[in-house]
Design a protein around this ligand. Structure first.
Ligand SMILES: *Cc1c(COP(=O)(O)O)cnc(C)c1O
Length: 427
């Protein structure tokens, strides 16, 4: 019996809220029903309806090697045959920790968890425990997982005390989260002048990926680093998306900025559920059992997940020169897309950093959440649907990043450009 996406979605809605296990998968913002996936290999993903797409979602970032890379699959098989979980330490965890510490100059010690959400949530608890302060400062449009303190809606334009971004989050907790616009160092400085000595941590995506791709302005991250030092605030770089995405290690556009803590996830799990947070020794040593800040996990450092992550990182390490080609290929894709839109007189702002990009349908420069919101969402939906019809699977929301993998070939890129030409031809 072969089930269609349509049927599977109908049935799923009966026993899974909204029919999906993570909201954006429902395709709600593009006014469609989700495609159900049967399998994926390399840069290509196949749905249960028998259609094959060139995939730019890549599981929202992790699959930088492409899907079902044979070496990673083999590592998973080997690990699984030796037992899938022990609840006791293994050599694999040491190997993974060593690889992460070597790749990140800012990380002396690292703790493994099972998701990016858990990494950010734990890093914030640790920062609060280390500083003895309760407030945190984040940037509008940055996503750090769905922990209560972090799901706080942005105030518009000015620094505001937090309002819960979801029912179920206590106002008293949200009030401890302050939000300022991304790339706005003045707003950050003003807020810290008032509250700086009560702020435990400043958490930021060094390249924002969750309001669509938004690069940091020159000097932005340096200024955050200086401000954190001045006020004794723990600086957290959330590199769940950016870690190992642009090069082997963290985002390195600016030399000599060392965050106090780094959050990781996505790529380091090679497609299995993994997160990590690490940083300066004296902060990390505050964690139980060496210190008083509690943090734990039944499946933390899971051997199968470690095997997948280690295999992925080894390939990236041994082929580090491939990053340059990947980034170039993505640049070529984006510059040609821009040309196609320009020739049709369709205003777009394409933000690209390395192998991640977002096409915003706006004539404005997108540098924060407010400018991202000037994008024409109807145009985006139309574009998304047109591309999907032509077998190109882009991220199904204006405010997400699309990714290119090492498995995407020049032929895949050319087919994507052809699909874009055909899609915009009808406009
Ligand atoms: C995806 C993401 C998270 C959350 O990770 P999950 O594994 O989905 O919990 C946190 N921060 C950033 C920057 C992310 O992109």
């Amino acid at each position: 019996m072969v089930y269609s996406s349509k049927w599977l979605f109908q049935e799923s809605q009966k026993c899974i809220p909204g029919g999906v296990n993570s909201p954006v998968r429902a395709f709600g913002s593009v006014g469609m029903e989700p495609i159900f996936i049967r399998e994926a290999h390399g840069a290509h993903i196949c749905d249960v309806d028998g259609r094959k797409y060139i995939d730019y979602v890549l599981s929202w970032g992790p699959m930088i090697l492409g899907h079902a890379h044979p070496t990673v699959v083999e590592a998973i098989e080997r690990a699984a045959r030796a037992g899938t979980s022990y609840g006791a330490p293994t050599e694999l965890e040491l190997e993974m920790a060593g690889m992460i510490c070597d790749a990140f100059p800012a990380i002396d010690k690292v703790r493994m968890v099972s998701s990016g959400t858990e990494a950010a949530m734990s890093a914030i608890r640790l920062a609060r425990g280390y500083t003895g302060r309760e407030k945190i400062l984040k940037f509008a449009g940055c996503y750090h997982g769905h922990a209560d303190s972090l799901l706080v809606k942005a105030g518009s334009g000015v620094a505001t005390l937090g309002i819960p971004g979801s029912p179920g989050i206590p106002e008293a907790l949200a009030a401890l989260t302050m939000t300022v616009p991304y790339n706005d160092i003045d707003a950050c400085e003003d807020t810290l002048k008032q509250h700086g000595h009560d702020v435990a941590c400043l958490i930021v995506e060094p390249v924002a990926g969750n309001m669509g791709v938004v690069p940091p302005k020159p000097g932005f991250l340096e200024s955050l680093s200086a401000l954190s030092r001045d006020y004794g605030i723990v600086l957290i770089f959330d590199e769940v998306i950016t870690g190992f995405r642009f090069n082997y290690g963290g985002f390195r556009s600016v030399a000599k900025i060392y965050p106090d803590l780094v959050c990781l996830g996505k790529i380091i799990g090679g497609g299995l559920p993994v997160g990590a947070f690490g940083g300066r020794k004296e902060i990390m040593d505050m964690l139980a059992p060496s210190g008083p800040v509690y943090q734990a996990g039944t499946l933390s450092g899971n051997p199968v997940a470690m095997a997948a992550g280690i295999a992925t990182l080894k390939i990236l390490h041994d082929h580090a020169e491939e990053y340059g080609k990947l980034n170039q290929r993505t640049s070529l894709l984006c510059s040609t897309l821009k040309k196609i839109f320009r020739e049709k007189g369709i205003p777009v702002c394409i933000n690209q950093v390395g192998s991640m990009f977002t096409i915003f349908f706006t004539d404005r420069d997108v540098h924060d959440f407010a400018s991202a919101n000037t994008s024409d969402l109807k145009m985006f939906s139309r574009y998304f649907q047109g591309m999907l019809t032509r077998n190109i699977n882009l991220a199904p929301s204006q405010f997400e990043a699309s990714f290119v993998s090492l498995a995407h070939t020049d032929d895949d890129i050319q087919k994507t450009l052809d699909a874009c030409k055909k899609t915009t031809k009808e406009w």
